[in-house]
Write a protein that binds this ligand. Structure first.
Ligand code: MRU
Length: 356
């Protein structure tokens, strides 16, 4: 299956090449990362972004750390890997997939050592194949999310629907296919999509630059709208459902996603529209009770002062730039995961699906 026209990341067991998402859609340039520091910087600077893509990249960052270890004992290797994990973990705070992937890599290493592995080379191989597994699984999970989203159609009594989405939860935000955009791809393949309204997603323009670009390549009809137009189009009856991705879902269903998602959820509720989150189960953080306990990343003021490198307000103007907000669980109609479409009450149902 053609997952994406363009690959988000290219791994060749020597380096990890990342498409520079800061340059899209105008330029398609790959940046080569050769060690865990390069990987941490690429995540921090948003060469690569989107929760699942960050997770996969982080796992490869650990694999690169393993490859770069030269001579030493098992315990020196373990320390080297754990130090690299700390560096990668410090890159961005909100997307739980980063910490999920790093934890999985750490556990894999610890298990192998505790079972008596004495060869550093064998440990390197184990970490490399675990990262490759994480990438492969991400695509499989996204395809299942897409499949599970077909149930939405039974909830909307229309032949074709219009969908509003925010930010980019597409192939570029994952190893391929996407979560929210994967849902759109699946619904479109089934013939259910009339049109997609794409929020431009200030300040970083992930909607306008990345989501619209992916939809364009897929020949899915879309309009780019500015973020403040969403209410207008909902009131006009132009939107049937909202589908967005997630960076972290707390155990009660409260969801962190790109700044502006909360406002959309309030608007959707006011207009009686279905509001869905699409995310892999690994985005659910059962260690975080509710949205109040999710750390919201504050990004540099320059991202607001400038648009695509062009200064739009003077330097002396103070700026705030929270990168995410929390959508309360009561504003969410359903969470589409690879295990199925989960309905409220999320504080009960997320645990039920965990056991599946
Ligand atoms: O700051 P970003 O671009 O990394 O934020 C991305 C989002 O908010 C996405 O919606 C989320 O990570 C899900 S991506 C499948």
């Amino acid at each position: 299956m053609d997952i994406n026209n363009v690959k988000t990341l290219i791994w060749d067991r020597n380096s990890l090449k990342l498409i520079d998402q800061r340059e899209l859609p105008f330029k398609q340039i790959y940046i080569e990362t050769k060690n865990s520091n390069d990987v941490a910087l690429a995540i921090k600077d948003m060469v690569v972004r989107g929760a699942p893509a960050i997770g996969v990249t982080a796992a490869y960052g650990v694999a690169l750390a393993a490859i770069n270890f030269k001579n030493g004992s098992i315990s020196e290797f373990e320390k080297h890997i754990k130090d690299s994990i700390k560096v990668i973990a410090s890159s961005r705070p909100t997307a739980v997939n980063l910490f999920w992937a790093l934890e999985r890599m750490k556990k894999t290493l610890e298990e192998k050592i505790s079972k008596g592995e004495k060869s550093v080379q064998a440990l390197k191989e184990t970490l490399i194949s675990e990262a490759e597994k994480i990438e492969k699984e991400d695509i499989e999970v996204n395809l299942k999310i897409g499949k599970n989203s077909l149930q939405i159609f039974d909830l909307v009594k229309k032949e074709k629907i219009t969908i509003l989405t925010h930010c980019n939860a597409g192939g570029l935000a994952t190893a391929g296919y996407g979560t929210a955009l994967g849902v759109i791809r699946s619904l479109n393949s089934a013939g259910f999509v009339k049109c997609v309204y794409v929020d431009e997603t200030r300040p970083y323009l992930q909607g306008a630059r990345l989501t619209a670009w992916e939809l364009h390549q897929e020949n899915i009809p879309y309009y780019v709208i500015t973020d403040n137009m969403a209410g207008y189009f909902m009131k006009e009856g132009k939107i049937d459902i909202v589908v967005v991705g997630a960076d972290r879902i707390a155990a009660n269903g409260d969801t962190a996603n790109k700044i502006g998602t909360y406002s959309l959820s309030v608007l959707a509720k006011h207009h009686n529209l279905l509001f869905f989150i699409a995310a892999p189960f690994s985005t659910i953080d059962f260690n975080t009770r509710d949205g109040l306990n999710i750390i919201i990343e504050q990004r540099p003021a320059q991202e607001v002062r400038k648009v695509l490198g062009v200064q739009i307000i003077p330097e002396y103007m103070p700026v705030l730039n929270p990168s995410f907000d929390i959508t309360p669980s009561e504003n969410i109609s359903g969470i589409i995961t690879e295990k199925g479409l989960i309905y409220p009450p999320f504080n009960e149902n997320l645990y039920k699906f965990l056991k599946l």
